[in-house]
Structure formats: structure tokens, C-alpha cells
Design a protein around this ligand. Structure first.
Ligand SMILES: *Cc1c(COP(=O)(O)O)cnc(C)c1O
Length: 461
């Protein structure tokens, strides 16, 4: 054995203790470190001929790179929809690497069973029927991808076509109907060969981002001969608006379509009696996307896909080989997901759900939403800013209170905010207006952070 490797193995305790010091030092400073960074491109260095050992690599990393890592896991990073990592989820994540399971087999490790256990917790947290089958994937994009892949298989079967064997060319017609579909739905349509243009956009209600149910029904009525996929949105990224899931679900009694619900972060509305009405009807869904690295606050990358049509999934994803076993007999995850070998991705989620329970998540969701509404009310009564939509849950969508703010002026303002170092946002466009989003989904954020944030906004106006 290479002596560096042998030596590192002997010193594993010291190595991991030093890593722990680096991690703890960062986490203890998280509240004060600037959330966003602009990092210049670095020049690439050559692969060492002779290694420098794990401690050498750690020293080098700390000296040259650690200060340039951004603090997106901290409490005042409001870009995109970014969660952090709860203490318990970090503990779980460290063990994922130490145990290094290939979580695809069924009985040669407890890992796949713990994945099913974690999904059971999740179904109870979100109020989903126990009949949903689920698995962990890398993010909501992959969850949407898996969901649309099985929806496509279902559409084929309605017409006597086995898409998994015959390919898309066997299908005469495939449309995906939605109003404010997330960009990852459109990306998935491209990856699945269904094409970005397969998306049919139904109008939204005035002053909303939610689908106009009458227009949806009209479209379904006009297209009864074909079998459609409807993608409902349970939490749009700009204003956290929800399609009427119960209303759409009722339409399934009259029209034959697959209902996929993208509830990547909005699904967590179900954890609180203040917001759970928004998720009413979710159990009509044939498939559901829930992200874990957003509001569940586990480290990247993790999300869950769920479906009521488990049997369709191995038709698409089965991986038949003599050494992998019979996919019809084996419940192994690699017959159900795009991956073959898979990380034990469920463990950080299991840790955090065990550690904080239903009440823990209700508290995070309610605190994030009350922080968002606090920021919203301060912006609304300010002279410098203008709210573009009511704050429905955890996202504040606003702009500069100027005549026609340009996207360049928003970009320049957000660069000043980033360099100021107190807070961080990402830009958007809301109904044609260049805008700013503040998304609250980090477990550490408090009202004190909102006060600091508002001051930073005013100071940089
Ligand atoms: C974030 C998000 C996605 C994509 O999620 P990733 O985890 O980044 O792949 C999809 N849909 C919605 C509604 C989202 O908020």
C-alpha cells in the first residue's frame, strides 16, 4: 500500500478531528460571514506526482480555497430557494461518507430500508397517502424528470404503446399542460426527448401565478382524444402561488390525464395549519416532486420523487443484467431510478426528521414565512422599494421604486448588496418587471436577520 495512504489510515482520528475543527469554526461564524461572494477564476495547478497526505490537502484547501467558499448555508442568503444544513443532517451526511453504502440493493444492507423509512416520515410530514412509492434522487429537477418519464410511460399505455421499448416515435401525440411550470420541467422535457415545445401554457388568473381552472378544463375538453400530462405547481418560485390542487384533482373524474405536482419547496406548506389548505388535494397527484436540500435543510444534493404508479417505474428504469437480479422480483432502487449505483442519500434526511420531528419543521416553516412577511411589510412602507406581489409564504418579490427599473439597474444594485456582505438576493422578472426575490428557507434565519437585511437594502439603494 502507498505509504501516504497507509499513514492516513493510521491517522484517521487526527484527520477527521482536524476536519471537524474546520467545519465547526465555519459553522460558528456562519451568522457573520458575508452570504454571497464574487469569486475570480483561478488558474489550474498540476496534479501532484507525490501526494501531500490528507492533512496536507486539508491545509492547502484551508489556506487557498476555504475563504472563497460562499456562505449560502448561512441565515441571510436569500438567493434562489436555498436551504442550509441542520446540525443533525450534517451528522447524517458525514456518516454517509464514512459508511459509503451503495444504496441500491435490498437486503445486503439496511440502507435501502432506511430510505423507505425516511420516505414514510416524509409522507407523514407532508400529509401524503401511504400508497405513494418514493425514492431519493439528486434534486427536484431529477424528481421532475423521473415523474415525467413514468407519466410518459402511462400516456403510452393508455394508447396500447410501450414507450420504454418502442421509443417516443411510437407515440402519436404528447402534450404537457401547465401554467407557471418551473424551468426544470422544460429542461426535463428536453432530456426525455419529448421536446421543450411539448409544453402547452394555460393562462393564469389575473394578479396571480396560479392556473385558471376554467381554461384548463376548456383545454382538457377540447383535447379529450389525446391523453395529457398536467403539471400543477405547488409553490411558484416568484410568489409561492399554488394551483388549486383539489380543483385540478376533481377534473380527473371527467378527463383522463396524469397529474404531476411540483411541490419542490411549497410542499412544506403542509407542515403548518396556517398554510396546509394550500396543499389540499395533493393526494390526487399521480406523481409528486419534493426537494430535500431546500426546506428540509439537508446538505446538497437530495430530493424525493413519489408516485402512485409504482409498477410503471421499473418499466422505464429497469436495469436487467444477470448479475443484478430480476427487476420484476427485486425491489431494488436501481430498477426505479435513473442511477445504478447510488449514494445513501436518505440518511441526512432521516437524521434531521428524527432529530426535530414534525414540530421542528412546522417551526422552521412558520418562522421563515413570518420573516418573509416582516420584510415584505417593511419594503411596502419604504420609499425605496415596491412589493410586486403579496407575500404568500416564504418569498418576497419586489423591485426598486423607480419608473421602469431596468434589469441592468437591478443587477448593479444586487452586486452592491453582495459586496456589502450583509445579505444576498438573486434577480428575477415578474410579469415583465425586472425584480428581486428574497426566498426564506434557511433554518437559522430570524427577525434580527430581517432587520439587518432591510438596513442593507436601504444603505445600498
Ligand atoms: C428548485 C425547484 C426546482 C429544481 O430543483 P433542483 O433541486 O434545483 O433541481 C424545481 N421546481 C421547483 C418548484 C423548484 O423550486
Amino acid at each position: 500500500m502507498n505509504y501516504l495512504l497507509e499513514n492516513d489510515h493510521k491517522n484517521i482520528n487526527t484527520i477527521l478531528s482536524q476536519v471537524q475543527s474546520v467545519a465547526v469554526e465555519y459553522i460558528e461564524k456562519q451568522r457573520d460571514l458575508p452570504p454571497g461572494k464574487f469569486v475570480k477564476d483561478i488558474s489550474l495547478s498540476d496534479l501532484p506526482q507525490l501526494g501531500i497526505s490528507a492533512n496536507g490537502a486539508l491545509d492547502f484547501f484551508v489556506k487557498h480555497y476555504a475563504n472563497h467558499i460562499n456562505n449560502s448555508a448561512g441565515p441571510r442568503y436569500f438567493g434562489f430557494v436555498t436551504g442550509g444544513s441542520t446540525p443533525a443532517s450534517i451528522a447524517g451526511d458525514w456518516l454517509v461518507s464514512a459508511f459509503d453504502q451503495n444504496a441500491c440493493g435490498s437486503n445486503d444492507s439496511i440502507a435501502p430500508q432506511l430510505e423507505r423509512q425516511t420516505l414514510h416520515f416524509l409522507k407523514q410530514l407532508i400529509g401524503l397517502d401511504e400508497s405513494y412509492f418514493g425514492s431519493f434522487v439528486t434534486g427536484a429537477t431529477m424528481s421532475n424528470f423521473v415523474s415525467l418519464a413514468i407519466a410518459r410511460q402511462w400516456v403510452g399505455e393508455q394508447q396500447g404503446i410501450d414507450v420504454s421499448n418502442e421509443g417516443l416515435q411510437a407515440l402519436p401525440y404528447l402534450k404537457v399542460v401547465s401554467s407557471t411550470a418551473h424551468s426544470s420541467i422544460i429542461k426535463s422535457l428536453s432530456m426525455l426527448g419529448m421536446g421543450r415545445n411539448a409544453l402547452v401554457k394555460i393562462n393564469i388568473q389575473p394578479d396571480r401565478e396560479a392556473i385558471d381552472l376554467k381554461e384548463l378544463e376548456e383545454y382538457l375538453k377540447q383535447n379529450q382524444a389525446s391523453t395529457l400530462i398536467v403539471v400543477a405547481n405547488a409553490g411558484t418560485v416568484n410568489t409561492v402561488d399554488f394551483d388549486d390542487l383539489e380543483g385540478i384533482g376533481q377534473l380527473k373524474q371527467k378527463y383522463n390525464f396524469w397529474l404531476h405536482v411540483d411541490a419542490a419547496f411549497g410542499g412544506f406548506a403542509a407542515t403548518s395549519p396556517k398554510f396546509d389548505h394550500l396543499m389540499k388535494g395533493i393526494n390526487h397527484a399521480d406523481s409528486i416532486t419534493i426537494d430535500a436540500h431546500k426546506w428540509l435543510n439537508v446538505p446538497y444534493d437530495a430530493a424525493m420523487q413519489l408516485t402512485k404508479h409504482k409498477s410503471l417505474q421499473p418499466k422505464v428504469f429497469q436495469n436487467s443484467a444477470a448479475y443484478l437480479g430480476d427487476p420484476t422480483e427485486s425491489p431494488d432502487f436501481f430498477h426505479y431510478t435513473p442511477e445504478n449505483s447510488r449514494r445513501f442519500r436518505a440518511l441526512p434526511s432521516w437524521f434531521t426528521l428524527m432529530a426535530y420531528g414534525k414540530q421542528g419543521y412546522q417551526e422552521i416553516v412558520e418562522r421563515n414565512c413570518s420573516c418573509a412577511s416582516f420584510l415584505g411589510s417593511m419594503l411596502e412602507s419604504s420609499d425605496e422599494f415596491k412589493l410586486l406581489s403579496p407575500v404568500r409564504m416564504n418569498v418576497v418579490c419586489f423591485t426598486l421604486n423607480k419608473e421602469n427599473p431596468s434589469s441592468a439597474s437591478i443587477a448593479a444594485f444586487l452586486a452592491r448588496i453582495r459586496d456589502d456582505g450583509r445579505t444576498f438576493f438573486t434577480p428575477t422578472n415578474y410579469k415583465g418587471t425586472p425584480a428581486i426575490r428574497a426566498a426564506f428557507s434557511n433554518w437559522q434565519t430570524t427577525e434580527a436577520d430581517v432587520a439587518i437585511t432591510f438596513q442593507a437594502l436601504k444603505d445600498n439603494y
